[in-house]
Design a protein around this ligand. Structure first.
Ligand SMILES: Nc1ncnc2c1ncn2[C@@H]1O[C@H](COP(=O)(O)OP(=O)(O)OP(=O)(O)O)[C@@H](O)[C@H]1O
Length: 255
């Protein structure tokens, strides 16, 4: 059984069809890419899978159960984590607090426990901090635990966002343009980081990315969409030489 199955997903925004009849199946352990020109509908697909939008039509099945229309926190609870095209960290909180706050969907204590600072509350809070520090250590970020994100270079902020997504121990990680805004040295580091996460965290990764070196190096297969519709599906080599893909990116003159 695939980890994630999407059948004929369609999303309208008023009269605009942002995603049309999109289907895909991701097997556990895969690292695959979703590419396409600007405005193709890629982020909309991720927003539908992560519960930010309710699909106009279609099925989204994760671990055998339908998740279409669930709230984002419910989908996180099922084991899907994501990052965003524009980094969304809490800039007034430290790196450690940013990771801890994402754990609170799974805190295991009540409001009353928190108000009375019961034993259960203190024990769970300690667990959350320990687990957050473990993830920061695993990604070589522990030394930045007490910094606020704006004090860190952009490449490290991206890494913190990935650490935050990993901290919920997802089975599926959605990365939305992780290389956006990074310089070439940071892109190289990001490629190694994603390879390491994929190897060490027993996780399935689905990524949107415009930088071809990143997807060509990392992904075993790619799906290409344009104006919401799928135009190609295949290995990076097949995709690079597909005339429909070349046309979508470069226009008719390219072929
Ligand atoms: N909430 C929304 N309301 C109305 N239109 C939207 C909304 N979200 C996206 N769209 C439109 O849907 C289309 C697909 O947008 P989407 O952001 O999914 O594309 P994308 O492939 O991720 O683009 P990019 O690579 O530029 O990020 C675009 O025309 C966009 O303007």
């Amino acid at each position: 059984m695939p980890l994630l199955e999407i059948h004929e997903l369609t999303q309208y925004f008023g009269g605009l069809c942002a995603v049309s009849d999109f289907s895909v199946a991701l097997e556990s352990g895969e690292l695959v890419g979703l590419i396409g020109p600007n405005g193709a509908g890629k982020t909309t697909v991720f927003n539908l899978v992560s519960g930010f939008y309710k699909p106009t039509q279609g099925k989204i099945i994760f671990k055998g159960s339908s998740i279409a229309g669930l709230k984002p926190h419910e989908i996180t609870g099922r084991g899907i984590a994501r990052t965003f095209q524009n980094i969304r960290l809490w800039n007034h909180m430290t790196v450690l607090e940013n990771i801890c706050v994402s754990q609170h969907y799974n805190m295991g204590y009540s409001l009353m426990d928190a108000l009375l600072r019961t034993k259960r509350y203190l024990k769970q809070e300690k667990r959350i901090v320990t687990e957050a520090m473990n993830i920061l250590e695993a990604l070589d970020l522990a030394r930045y635990a007490d910094e606020v994100p704006p004090n860190l270079p952009y490449g490290l902020q991206r890494k913190v966002e990935i650490a935050r997504a990993l901290s919920i121990k997802p089975s599926l990680l959605l990365l939305d343009e992780p290389a956006a805004g990074l310089n070439s040295a940071d892109v190289k580091d990001l490629i190694s980081l994603i390879q390491r996460i994929h190897r060490e965290f027993d996780i399935t990764i689905w990524m949107i990315e415009h930088q071809m070196t990143v997807v060509m190096t990392l992904c075993s297969r790619l799906k290409v969409i344009d104006f919401g519709a799928t135009i190609a599906d295949g290995t990076p080599d097949e995709i690079q030489n597909n005339p429909d893909v070349i046309k979508a990116y470069l226009g008719d003159d390219a072929i």
